[in-house]
Design a protein around this ligand. Structure first.
Ligand SMILES: [Zn+2]
Length: 217
């Protein structure tokens, strides 16, 4: 049985063209289109996060002490898109809250599980409780099944399973998906070229464990 449903847009490909061919600047036409594509100014908010030094990507490296804390950000970004290494690399994404009066807590984002600790995302999930038993399978509303042969990684949580982004999307997940579910070119642009997103290699176990308490220093 053909599991692939026509998605009309390859979001990974489209979001990847956010950055120009040589990865040195933004593609203004694509940026303008993306402003219209996502509702409720979602793209504007996500793009703002990407440009204002509020996102921290921590990557675990077991090569403790071998590089004296010096690492190549571009090379690290490449490993996250490496077919062999990318899926097994340990990664934590933390967003510093930009609205300090609303919340001082850092926000934890797990793009691969399509989870975010923000209140916006929680509100998306609260809709689940309002679904009546008469619905055959309420969870269907939150998941979509596509063939991996489409090459679209946006909101993918397993080989063929995707989150339904019309039901579950927040600015942090969109920003995370732009970084981690498009192409190495995009990730390198924000981390190594423009340097507005911090990509940090950690090889100290104590520092890595602190991340699980959402401590950002
Ligand atoms: Zn969020």
């Amino acid at each position: 049985m053909e599991l692939c449903q026509e998605r009309f847009l390859n979001y990974s490909s489209l979001l990847s063209s956010l950055v120009n061919e040589d990865g040195t600047g933004l593609n203004d036409t694509t940026v303008a289109f993306l402003h219209q594509l996502f509702p409720n100014d979602m793209f504007v908010k996500a793009f703002s996060l990407l440009e204002t030094h509020n996102i921290f990507l921590y990557v675990w490296s077991s090569s403790e002490g071998s590089n004296n804390g010096i690492y190549d950000v571009s090379a690290l970004a490449e490993t996250l898109y490496d077919d062999n290494l990318g899926s097994t690399t340990l990664l934590r994404m933390i967003v510093q809250s930009i609205d300090q009066e609303f919340s001082k807590e850092p926000i934890y984002v797990d793009v691969s599980a399509w989870f975010c600790s923000c209140s916006e995302y929680s509100e998306c999930l609260q809709d689940l409780t309002s679904i009546t038993i008469a619905d055959e399978d309420p969870l269907d509303k939150y998941f979509e099944i596509y063939s991996h042969s489409t090459g679209d990684c946006f909101s993918r949580i397993r080989e063929n399973m995707y989150m339904n982004t019309s039901k579950t999307l927040c600015q942090h997940l969109l920003a995370g998906a732009i970084l981690l579910q498009t192409s190495a070119k995009v990730l390198k642009y924000f981390t190594a070229v423009k340097q507005t997103v911090s990509l940090i290699c950690i090889s100290n176990k104590d520092d890595w464990l602190k991340l699980h308490l959402n401590i950002v220093e």
